[in-house]
Design a binder for this molecule. Sequence first.
Ligand code: F0G
Length: 444
Amino acid sequence: MLQEKSLNEALATISLRSIDGQETYPAGQVRYLSDSGALLDVWHDLDTLRSQVSRALFDQRVRSAPGPQVDPVTASGVWRYRELILPAPTHTIISRPEGNTPLYEHPCLSEWVGVDQLYLKHEGENPTGSFKDRGMTVGVTQAMIMSAQAVACASTGNTSASMAAYAARAGLPAFIFIPAGKIAAGKLAQALAYGAHTLQINGDFDDAMRLVQQVCNELGIYLLNSLNPFRLEGQKSIVFEILQGFNWQPPDWIVLPGGNLGNTAAFGKALYEAHELGLINTLPRLATIQAEGASPFYQSSLTGFSERKSVKAHTIATAISIGNPVSYERAVRALRWTNGVTISVTDEEIMNAKALIDSTGIGCEPASGASVAGARKLVDNGTIASDETVVGILTGNLLKDPTATVDYHTGNWPNAKLANRPIVLEPTLSAVQKEIEKRLARAH
Ligand code: F0G
């Protein structure tokens, strides 16, 4: 149990505010929606923060070498920005540590997309292999500050893997709700291994999401889906790290996959705040890429967001197979704030983009392929100019979904342009030699 002083210290400078700004609640209240049912933001007092944070403060916290004593403010790419995220006392923080992910480049990829400068921020290189760790370190820290008895989430796999790990670190019981048979093997393995109570629901993600909200409200379990605004505060650090990585001279575009739209929402808020605080002078544009079979946000955009669509979702990119995204309104706001766009790409485009990313040695899970496939499409249709700088987000690790990758390469996928089929050979030197010589001749 945390001391009263720590609690006050952590929560005094922030509040919970409805997205329309009409309703405000203390940050120490457990709630996920306003009384009138609106989404909530963690609201920082930007006027006070303006005198407290600066580029220099964050630059001085970048640590050069890891040591045995982990101080999250210098070791974590989330808590480096703690004033802008959650001003939790250091001793309350549950960190792996996360963040500090690389920005990769490869000429093959920029050429394929059609821009001079393409960078890929690899969030799959977080401790549990996805960007969710950035939100979860904050969500689980907040759960501890609030003395939660247990935590829960619905998930297409990555949120549950991350929550299971962070809850285990914190010693909290974790309940995860997953759509039976619809999450990738690597993610299910993580949830089981980290000891989460794993409830497989006969339904899809949207059913599991509805159910977990009811369960959390009835049983007083702390909800750690991105409906919880503290999760999104952590995910803002992806943007802060990009901005800092570019020496606070922002790229022109940030392109990311969209499912439940938590990241789109978090990115918009991060950019808005960084701009308001004078950390950056220009705003990058956001591009949210959906899978064609799970594209309610894109379809809503075709009505200028005057009509909110929902769909029965189906895509090979199971991470983003979501038909009724929870952060819809926050994501609409993010596109408005950043003059952003949204489009959809086919599963075939996603898998071919993923195969190209994989072949450069970078690698990612299918949903992440949407960033690169989407960037290419936006260049093709003239939205992104070839001389603009683009940062694509790779949201999850290659190892998360071995089945999709193996199916692509072994012939179970139509139009697999980059399939790298395994070779079946007799166990003799001559057979192997013949094959290797043939392949080397082709390679030169
Ligand atoms: N990429 C990956 C690898 C994801 O796991 C997710 C979401 C997304 C993209 C989409 O991000 O929801 O913020 O728009 N996965 C969630 C989960 C839904 O349960 O793991 P979003």
